[in-house]
Design a protein around this ligand. Structure first.
Ligand code: KG4
Ligand code: ZN
Length: 364
């Protein structure tokens, strides 16, 4: 079964061709991604209209590129349809959650291809797709194996959700953030600290400079809800604490000191990363103790964080449970995970019934 997958839920325009077997494995044949991240670095965050406009122009070139890589054939307007008709069995597309304009670009493209090329189409839940990235390996068949039932944590720019994945497609929400997502917390704090968007990698890079060094100033941040006996999380208070810390420090600084103040920013970045990682890992531990899963699936852009990956590894050893994290390139938004979701949750929807759902929940 070969699937053409499309992902446009936020600022990425991604397409992939994957081959796979339900209850088995997924192999990547071709993949391409275009991002408007550079434009959003200038605006300090994603501007939905800008993202959707960029996606309109990059959609077809990205799909062509994924098909070219998969089948080794130059794709042009004269053979585009024939290649999809003869080599693709199914189309998978993200229907939500995400930005409405962005989702529409992907879904309308997928619907058109499904109509014209007479292919079944599968609407994919972006959050579950992140979890399925754990069953994909670009070099070997990682597969579903005996990973389920699993505890899952999706931790991205828009979501921080804890779930139990009982079987493929059967996901129960068991906890998550009450307010900001962990990635959103990194992005908002980065903005306060004068760092570019997206903030997560910036915070991580600065924090790395501090690792193991003694802190010059007192930068204690709270670990919100870390001791609560539930799977609730909260990250919005951290940005307030970071803002307060910056305000206090800046009052006592000259302008020259402010511009040379990278040391303090790095220290705050380090402490922020520690706070977020500690909360995520401690809630995940609680979920593992509660649900005794066969494995843990962690996914989403924030899992690109090195410190989080290190902590997850030692937590796996401590609790004797296998923790899966996707290959780095499949942590942030991509279409391979959407292809995997279409393999593992294969029910098609008639194209005329397929609709975007910007606020789709992880279990829906
Ligand atoms: O999954 P993703 O690409 O998009 C959403 O679905 O939201 O996640 C993007 C988020 C952003 O908030 C970004 O700051 C964060 O992932 N991120 C990181 C790192 N790389 C990306 N956060 C911490 N450390 C990183 N290395
Ligand atoms: Zn995502």
């Amino acid at each position: 079964m070969k699937i053409l997958a499309i992902e446009t839920s936020c600022d990425e325009t991604a397409a992939a061709v994957v081959e796979g077997e339900e209850k088995g494995w997924v192999k990547v044949l071709g993949e391409a991604v275009a991002s408007s991240e550079e434009m959003h670095t200038k605006t300090g965050g994603v501007v939905p209209e800008v993202a959707a406009r960029e996606q309109m122009t990059s959609m077809l070139p990205v799909v062509s590129q994924a098909l070219e890589q998969a089948f080794g054939e130059k794709i042009e307007s004269k053979n585009f349809r024939e290649v999809v008709e003869t080599k693709i069995d199914k189309i998978g597309v993200t229907v939500g959650p995400g930005l409405i304009g962005s989702l529409l670009v992907g879904v309308e493209t997928a619907k058109t291809l499904a109509w014209v090329c007479n292919k079944p189409i599968v609407g994919v839940n972006h959050l579950r797709a992140h979890l399925y990235a754990n069953f994909v390996d670009s070099n070997e068949k990682r597969g579903t194996g005996n990973k389920l039932p699993a505890v899952g944590l999706v931790v991205s720019g828009g979501h921080t959700e804890l779930v139990v994945m009982k079987s493929l497609g059967e996901v129960e929400w068991v906890g998550g953030t009450r307010d900001d997502a962990a990635g959103e917390c990194f992005d908002k704090c980065a903005r306060i600290l004068g760092l570019p968007y997206p903030g997560g990698p910036e915070i991580a890079a600065l924090a790395e400079r501090i690792e193991g060094r003694e802190l010059r100033v007192e930068v204690g941040l709270p670990r919100p809800l870390i001791d609560s006996d539930d799977l609730d999380m909260s990250f919005s208070g951290l940005k307030v604490a970071v803002q307060r810390m910056v305000n206090n420090e800046q009052k006592t600084m000259s302008r020259k000191q402010k511009t040379e103040n990278r040391g303090l920013v790095a220290e705050i970045a380090w402490e922020l990363q520690e706070a977020v990682v500690e909360v995520l890992v401690s809630k995940l531990k609680l979920a593992v103790k509660r649900y005794s899963p066969n494995s843990v699936l962690v996914a989403g852009g924030v899992v690109a964080n090195k410190r989080l990956r290190e902590e997850l590894e030692s937590f796996g050893q401590e609790l004797g449970v296998k923790i899966w994290v996707p290959e780095l390139k499949y942590c942030t938004d991509n279409a391979v995970m959407v292809g995997a979701a279409a393999v593992f949750e294969p029910s098609p929807t008639p194209p005329e019934k397929l609709e975007v759902n910007p606020s789709l929940g992880i279990g829906e």
